[in-house]
Design a binder for this molecule. Structure first.
Ligand SMILES: [Zn+2]
Length: 344
């Protein structure tokens, strides 16, 4: 506890205005792009980021001389080699759930902090929900205390007696299914639902409901915009060429049909380079007329060394679960650490 408090105090001192003024050249041309997913809502049983922590982070940026820039501005700066304001920070949200529209976006608007929400467009078109959330739904709702299944020659024989066991099973099965063809993944989800005695509704139930196009249109503003994140939120490497291309092309088309200023920047579901997307997906995104794409690999977007940035795999930091780590990423400290590791 004492160690944690000391570490937090050190970050506060190192990230204070006078020290930052001195050390700013370290992170001068680097921008942290934060990646957020679901927003916690205990009433609906949604696990996710704390809204209070997001507010604390936005308030910190406003009070400490940071400038929020949109993903669009960031990409323009990369393409045109244009300078950005000092201490720039960018935010992205993935997926398009109801609570993101109701809780998170109005908060960004209130703090005048630009944010781009990447939408899996079938969620809005058909109120559908993706297999990874169906997996969570089945396992958290089952009354069975154990499960025995075999997936792609991997046996799962695990207890489901408490929350920790259920979470562990969800995580390990999800990681395995991401690497399998989508047909096998869907068949496994059906089989699991049957085995664990849970009915999976075709329309997303409460707690998994997506936002609507009307909400998206009402939310579009100088600070809030939207980008494509596939149709069905499927890991693209699980798909054949035609299906993968359709996921990219159609999600971008739907955004252009429904919204007034969609951002031509793609965001890969799950987003791990070489695992969830590769050369094939990057070329497809470019061919669809999209000018850049975001991965989930941690790191800064470096405007100082253009050759080091892959425009179709821009890096992001997962939004942290405490304010001290957030401050560290925004200040020069994390960048100094990154440079040190690069030299080792
Ligand atoms: Zn996503």
């Amino acid at each position: 506890m004492l160690r944690k408090t000391l570490a937090e105090m050190t970050v506060r001192v190192l990230a204070s205005r006078p020290v930052c003024a001195l050390m700013q050249p370290v992170r001068r041309r680097c921008v942290p792009v934060f990646m957020l997913h679901r927003i916690a809502d205990p009433v609906l049983g949604i696990r996710g980021h704390s809204l209070a922590l997001i507010e604390q982070a936005l308030s910190y940026l406003n009070k400490n001389g940071y400038t929020g820039i949109s993903i669009q501005e960031l990409v323009h700066a990369l393409l045109d080699k244009r300078p950005l304001p000092p201490r720039a920070v960018a935010f992205s949200l993935d997926d398009g759930f109801q609570e993101q529209a109701q809780l998170a976006l109005p908060l960004f608007e209130r703090y005048r902090m630009p944010v781009t929400l990447f939408l899996a467009t079938d969620m809005l078109d058909t109120q559908s929900w993706s297999w990874d959330y169906q997996l969570e739904f089945i396992v958290t709702r089952t009354t069975h205390k154990q499960v025995d299944i075999v997936v792609a020659a991997s046996p799962f024989s695990v207890l489901l007696s408490d929350d920790a066991q259920k979470r562990h099973f969800i995580r390990s099965l999800r990681e395995l299914l991401k690497t399998q063809p989508i047909g096998l993944t869907h068949a496994t989800i059906d089989h699991l639902a049957h085995t664990l005695g849970v009915r999976v509704p075709s329309v997303a139930p409460i707690g998994y409901q997506p936002m609507t196009w009307d909400q998206a249109r009402a939310l579009e503003s100088a600070y809030i915009d939207f980008g494509p994140h596939t149709r069905r939120h499927i890991v693209l490497t699980q798909l054949g060429d035609a299906e993968a291309r359709d996921e990219i092309d159609q999600s971008w088309r739907r955004l252009q049909d429904e919204l007034s200023h969609p951002v031509p920047v793609f965001c890969y579901p799950t987003g791990r380079p070489k695992l969830d997307f590769g050369r094939r997906e990057q070329q497809m995104v470019g061919a669809a007329g999209l000018v850049a794409a975001l991965s989930s690999e941690p790191g800064y977007v470096d405007l100082g060394r253009h050759r080091r940035n892959d425009l179709y795999a821009l890096r992001r930091f997962g939004f942290t679960d405490n304010i001290s780590d957030f401050i560290q990423y925004c200040s020069w400290i994390e960048r100094a650490k990154e440079l040190t590791y690069q030299r080792l």
